[in-house]
Design a binder for this molecule. Structure first.
Ligand code: DX5
Ligand code: ZN
Length: 219
């Protein structure tokens, strides 16, 4: 069942020199999750931050840390992301060699497990893990950078995944990430998404705009 819309600002678009303040500001502005993009310069062509930075950010908000791992391999670093204070850990189905085993390890650590799909990966690629995941993350841009345009075909895939989630009978978040604006947010939610990741659309005007920007995405 589709749940009320939740907003997960992507820290990639925050002022990276002032991350603690930025996290407190989006928390006060009413976000639901704190979305952290972890990139390795290998699975995706960009580098961001890792477990030590997450551990230092954690005390700045009690809201769930939604950690999106764009790294390969995943398994050797999993324990460090658990230790750092992640609440949700999402791995790419394209990056995990044995995704079922990786997701089970996340669950066994007591965290929520997510699986993500790149724009070219069909919805069916995650059918075999629906009994295990708490979140499915649909990429609506090619991962690596903020500020890209929403890929037009995404709502069709969201609708397919919505049907798979409802068929599972489990409460699984359906999150969409990339190019989210108030307009694309509306289309994603109509198709069945219930968590919206947004970098540019939340952080664009500086802290004074965060609350209004988050509210605008809820529709
Ligand atoms: C892209 C990241 C996204 C991105 C979103 O690889 O996963 O979270 O930063 O940024 P916007 O909302 O600017 O597209
Ligand atoms: Zn992301």
């Amino acid at each position: 069942m589709q749940q009320p819309v939740r907003i997960a600002p992507s820290l990639l678009s925050a002022d990276l020199a002032r991350l603690g303040e930025e996290i407190r500001a989006i928390d006060r502005a009413g976000c639901d999750y704190i979305h952290i993009d972890v990139m390795d310069g290998h699975f995706v062509p960009n580098l961001t931050l890792g477990p030590p930075a997450i551990a230092r950010m954690k005390p700045h908000s009690a809201k769930p840390f939604d950690v999106h791992l764009m790294i390969r391999p995943v398994d050797p670093l999993l324990a460090a992301f658990v230790e750092a204070g992640s609440d949700i850990v999402t791995v790419h189905v394209e990056a995990a060699t044995r995704v079922h085993r990786t997701l089970r390890a996340i669950k066994e650590a007591g965290l929520r497990a997510g699986v993500s799909l790149n724009p070219r990966t069909p919805a069916g690629a995650v059918a075999h893990v629906m009994d295990l995941v708490d979140l499915v993350l649909v990429m609506s841009v090619n991962p690596g950078f903020g500020g890209q345009d929403f890929i037009e075909d995404t709502p069709r895939k969201i609708a397919e995944l919505r049907a798979m989630i409802d068929g599972s009978g489990r409460a699984i978040d359906l999150e969409v990430d990339g190019g989210i604006t108030p307009e694309t947010a509306r289309r994603a939610v109509e198709a069945g998404a219930d968590v919206l990741v947004a970098g540019t659309a939340v952080f664009k005007d500086g802290p004074a705009g965060y609350a209004a920007n988050i509210a605008a995405l809820r529709g």
